[in-house]
Design a protein around this ligand. Structure first.
Ligand code: S3P
Length: 173
């Protein structure tokens, strides 16, 4: 089975994916890292040099590459992945997806300090602007995220607690 972790930036998809893959004894892939390796360029650099449309096309192609690999795996997607190019349908056809849903305030707090590393939000100069941006973005993206096989509502759990919750969910499936 292929397990997909989806959710907004800052929801801990990569850290959780590693833990989960370990516990389930499955290979782990992080789509962003996979793209960076294939392109030999950091995501922020790809955005800067070639723009978001180029990135979205690449992201779609790389997702299809990953999905064409046989066997079980845990995959952490980028925050925007499910929302472009029919990717959410591909995820639904190819495995079980889990949406890590966090309240707006938690995402704002988590993303404020490190926003410089994230091309989509790097330009936002105040916490109020960041909050506005994420609120609108979640409004646009939630219809995709909420199609996931499972949505898990989180707040301030530790990574270990989140891993236990997700593992329990997946064991039921
Ligand atoms: C993006 C999220 C990033 C990365 C890119 C675009 C987005 O992934 O794919 O910067 O559109 O939300 P993470 O959610 O892993 O940070």
């Amino acid at each position: 089975m292929k397990y997909f972790l989806i959710g907004y930036m800052g929801s801990g998809k990569t850290s959780l994916g590693k833990i989960l893959a370990n516990r389930l004894n499955l290979p782990f892939y992080d789509l962003d890292a996979y793209i960076e390796k294939e392109e030999n360029q950091a995501i922020a650099e790809i955005f800067k040099a070639k723009g978001e449309i180029y990135f979205r096309k690449l992201e779609h192609e790389m997702l299809k590459n990953l999905l064409s690999e046989s066997g079980s795996m845990v995959v952490s997607l980028g925050g925007g992945t499910p929302c472009y190019a029919g990717n959410m349908d591909l995820l639904l056809e190819n495995g079980i997806s889990v949406y890590l849903q966090y309240p707006l305030e938690v995402l704002v707090d988590r993303l404020w300090n490190g926003r410089g590393q994230r091309p989509i939000i790097a330009h936002l100069e105040s916490k109020a602007l960041l909050e506005d941006f994420i609120r609108k973005h979640l409004f646009e993206r939630s219809p995709y995220y909420l199609q996931a096989t499972y949505t898990i509502s989180l707040q301030n759990e530790t990574l270990k607690e989140v891993a236990q919750k997700v593992e329990a969910l997946l064991q039921k499936s």
